[in-house]
Ligand binder design. Structure first.
Ligand SMILES: [Zn+2]
Length: 189
């Protein structure tokens, strides 16, 4: 048996880890609950830009971008003001502005995954953080805000699969080609 001081050290480390886990779980309680609600892969998806055919999408996932970054999504070009639609059911997690994405919306949705809609010209007026969204619901409008201000208007659409709350980017194009077609092929299941 370990001598008494070492036993106390083990207990202290164990109690600290437990406390750390509990604090993290409390901080991320909304994300944990939403990710659990939408833990199943979507059977079908809505095209996130109204009127664009999934078959016309070209993958640029992994292509080099400024500052040594890689492209972590799909650029879907359309006229400024075209409605941006939620690809799946979910919960609106964040409506905000950032320097790269400009006007952005984050949705926790089926997968579970974080869905990222960026460079919006504007957000849907009635959209609120914490609100449940349906597949096909208008989230905003195509624009070129953020670092897209010198490019033609497009939606940057990102999908980050959540594994133990850790987000990892996946290429949206093959998923959209498969799952948007499923949606428009008629009722599945
Ligand atoms: Zn992009």
């Amino acid at each position: 048996m370990a001598p008494a001081p070492r036993r106390w050290l083990f207990r202290l480390v164990f109690a600290s880890l437990l406390l750390f886990t509990c604090v993290k779980a409390w901080q991320h309680r909304r994300l944990i609950l939403d990710a659990w609600s939408f833990r199943h892969e979507p059977l079908e998806m809505e095209m996130p830009v109204k009127g664009v055919a999934a078959g016309n999408l070209v993958s640029t996932f992994g292509a080099p971008r400024s500052g040594g970054r890689q492209h972590r999504g799909a650029d879907i070009f359309a006229a400024k003001g075209t409605p941006v639609l939620s690809a799946t059911r979910g919960v609106c997690q964040r409506i905000g502005w950032d320097s790269l994405g400009g006007k952005v919306v984050w949705v926790v949705g089926e997968g579970p995954a974080l869905y990222y809609y960026a460079h919006l010209d504007d957000w849907a007026v009635d959209l609120e953080e914490g609100e449940a969204v349906e597949a096909g619901q208008v989230l905003g409008y195509v624009g070129n805000t953020g670092n897209a201000r010198t490019t033609p208007a497009h939606l940057h659409f990102g999908i980050y699969k959540l594994r133990w709350l850790h987000p990892s980017a996946v290429d949206p194009v093959p998923l959209l080609k498969q799952k948007v077609l499923a949606r428009h092929a008629g009722p599945v299941r």
